[in-house]
Design a protein around this ligand. Structure first.
Ligand code: K2U
Ligand code: ZN
Length: 167
């Protein structure tokens, strides 16, 4: 397995829309394994292929306490979304920045797993938040785009300063 570099906002490649996966091949399973290693090392509880500059519809998530319950979602489709919940979110592509985002409280998701089997399940809480956050990445959307224009202006200034200092 390999740890992959994570794109940082406002990298324009984070705006690319991911393509469906035609078949769950050994190469797709290797991608998911490398994404999982990258996610655990970050550390994070989710990662979308877009964030490692692979524009395919693959997500890895592990919200378990002992970091031993990896879920791989390929070609995820939101079947149902209801309610609303606001949570503090972060993003491995926007290090050190956290803010509140309102999302659906409960969702029903269909996806393929790493064996190519189609699964359907209901989610709420952190799993629902994370799935929606990662599915946004596959659509080329980063969570800071939900913020007010003022907050986005302040974040942009902060990132410009960070990148100037980095040289
Ligand atoms: O997509 C990513 O950057 C991974 C996020 C997923 C996530 C965002 C918001 C809420 C839940 C999950 C990273 O895991 S951000 C780090 C983190 C870690 C634990 C809980 C929340 C966020
Ligand atoms: Zn993110």
């Amino acid at each position: 397995m390999a740890r992959l570099p994570i794109l940082e906002y406002p990298d324009p490649r984070l705006k690319k829309v991911a393509a469906p996966v035609a078949a769950v091949t050994p190469e797709i399973r290797k991608l998911a394994a490398d994404m999982a290693e990258t996610m655990y090392a970050a550390p994070g509880v989710g990662l979308a292929a877009t964030q490692v500059n692979v524009h395919k519809q693959v997500i890895v998530i592990d919200i378990s306490e002992h970091r031993d319950e990896l879920r791989v979602f390929i070609n995820p489709v939101l079947l149902e979304a209801e309610g609303e919940a606001e949570n503090e979110e972060g993003c491995l592509s926007v290090p050190g920045y956290y803010d509140k985002v309102a999302r659906a409280a409960r969702i029903r998701l269909r996806a393929q797993n790493e064996r190519g089997e189609t699964i359907e399940f209901d989610a709420e809480g952190l799993l629902a938040v994370c799935v929606q956050h990662e599915m946004d990445h596959l659509r080329g959307k980063v969570f800071v785009e939900y913020l007010s224009p003022l907050k986005r202006t302040r974040l942009a200034a902060r990132l410009r300063k960070k990148h100037q200092l980095a040289g």
